[in-house]
Design a protein around this ligand. Structure first.
Ligand code: HEM
Length: 473
């Protein structure tokens, strides 16, 4: 047979669901060792084929729209969360146009203007959060990062009205949406579960918040009522598609939800892992503090405005290394539209072998596997931000943009992330702020938590807490 080798299971429908579900990375590494860079396995009754290695990353992520489809796979999961006519509920060409429109609000100048907003939100958070009363204490890391990354993103991207009304109500609504990103909604969408009723209710409420903002802006005179604050909602309100159609209000609302959801889970998960890793490495924590003092002086709020990420290189490497080891998206899926052939190269024997992938299979890319392989990253299990000092291929501008790379936490090809620069800036600023004000240590007898794989994207297992102490300066 020309099809890829199939992971054996005694249970025909369940197949590898349990083995994979418990730890997808362990599963991928185990069968990569046995079969090489391509193999198939059964998840919930359907054959899935994963292509690994840089060639595998490239094959899946760079596939053309005639060959593969992200929408056919993700639409049922994301439609009730984001809403209709955006992202996977429209043609691939329309999604490309929407991504282009979003990029207008993510230019380097716009990103610079977000730094004071991020710092403001952070200051406000630590002044009001119960967990940060006094001079030392214990805090819930995942909760803190979920609230701060959501508030920083909403306040910067979505403008004054959202910023002025930021409270835990909006964060709770987004959290309710996030809770529905679970495998059962992926494999068996549309079930009348309580989690889905709550999701639908939350979606309606959030969409109403954005459509009301748009309506009141239009009622005030539209573009002429705009003050200096030119946020993403303003930008979309004056945008048109290529054929001249203005972006309808409901699409602007749904894009706002989609964008926040796309970034939110990944950002808070990485933010939480950063703090856990730093708590276990007091040396790096101190170096980050010194880097800030040297690059920015003592007043973070005044000095940290222009081009923050390039001034804080170690901060950037901390984010990058955490993305390498804790990539929240362990599995990227695509539907197969026409029969495909993947040629697997065995470097030891230098032999190549083609494998046929039929349309009945789901195609998988897992770039986190190359990012955690000794072949590309020596001592891959070690969290060592300074490894990036010598990995110049990946650093600043020289980063390999192509899909044939071993490090692709933001994907590649037509579905590549539009939020990479935003995410680096947000995570560097949040980390800088936390390190500037506090010192972190693990709770007694605890280290870096294990990974929770039960949702579609990963995060630290709860409860995830750290000890903090206010810096004396
Ligand atoms: C796509 C990762 C933050 C918006 C993607 C993809 C990955 C990714 C891997 C490709 C998915 C695929 O090929 O199916 C991440 C990580 C983030 C992050 C690790 C943070 C640490 C953000 C932020 C935003 C954002 C902050 C928005 C401001 C998007 C959008 C897409 C995308 C719009 C395109 C989806 C598509 O074309 O199918 N992201 N992302 N992401 N991301 Fe991000």
């Amino acid at each position: 047979k020309d099809e890829p080798p199939l992971v054996f299971s005694w249970l025909p429908f369940i197949g590898s669901t349990i083995d994979y579900g418990m730890d997808p990375y362990k599963f991928y590494f185990k069968y990569q060792k046995k079969y090489g860079n391509i193999f198939s396995f059964v998840l919930v009754g359907r054959k899935h084929t994963v292509c690994l290695g840089p060639e595998g990353n490239n094959f899946v992520l760079n596939g053309s729209v005639n060959e593969i489809s992200a929408a056919d796979i993700y639409r049922d999961l994301t439609l009730p969360i984001f809403g209709k006519d955006v992202c996977y509920d429209c043609s691939p060409a329309k999604l490309m146009e929407q991504k282009k429109l979003l990029k207008y609000s993510l230019t380097p100048d716009k990103l610079d203007s977000f730094v004071p907003i991020f710092l403001d939100v952070m200051q406000n958070y630590v002044e009001t959060a119960e967990d940060f009363r006094g001079n030392e204490g214990v805090f819930d890391v995942v909760k803190s990062m979920a609230v701060t990354t959501m508030f920083t993103a909403a306040a910067s991207l979505q403008g004054k009205e959202v910023r002025e009304n930021l409270d835990h109500g909006l964060a709770d609504l987004y959290h309710t949406l996030d809770l529905s990103f679970i495998p059962i909604n992926f494999y068996l969408p549309g079930l009348p579960l309580p989690v889905n009723r709550r999701r639908d209710d939350a979606h309606k409420k959030i969409a109403a918040i954005y459509t009301n903002i748009i309506k009141s802006r239009r009622a005030l005179g539209g573009e002429s009522a705009r003050e200096a604050d030119d946020d993403m909602i303003w930008s979309l309100m004056r945008s048109t598609y290529k054929d001249g159609t203005p972006v309808p209000d409901h699409e602007i609302a749904h894009l706002m939800i989609g964008l926040l959801m796309a970034g939110q889970h990944n950002a808070y998960s990485i933010g939480a892992w950063i703090l856990f890793r730093l708590a276990s490495r007091p040396d790096i924590q101190e170096e980050l503090y010194q880097e800030q003092l040297k690059a920015l002086g003592t007043d973070l709020s005044i000095s940290a405005k222009r081009d923050l990420v390039s001034k804080l290189l170690l901060h950037k490497m901390v984010v990058r290394e955490t993305l390498r080891l804790h990539d929240p998206i362990h599995t990227v899926m695509r539907a197969v539209k026409i029969p495909l052939t993947f040629v697997s190269h065995d470097p030891e024997s230098s032999k190549s072998r083609p494998y046929k992938i039929p349309t009945s299979h789901v195609l998988i890319s897992a770039p986190g596997v190359t990012a955690q392989s000794a072949e590309f990253f020596p001592e891959p299990d070690k969290w060592e931000p300074k490894r990036w000092e010598t990995m110049t291929d990946f650093l600043d501008g020289a980063e390999k943009r192509g899909a044939m790379s071993a490090f692709l936490p933001f994907g590649a090809g037509r579905h590549r992330c539009v939020g990479e620069a935003f995410a680096y800036l947000q995570l560097c600023t949040v980390t800088a702020f936390m390190v500037r004000h506090f010192v972190f240590r693990p709770l007694e007898g605890e280290g870096v938590p294990k990974t929770d794989y039960t949702a579609m994207m990963t995060r630290p297992v709860l409860p995830a807490r750290l000890r903090w102490k206010r810096r004396s300066t």
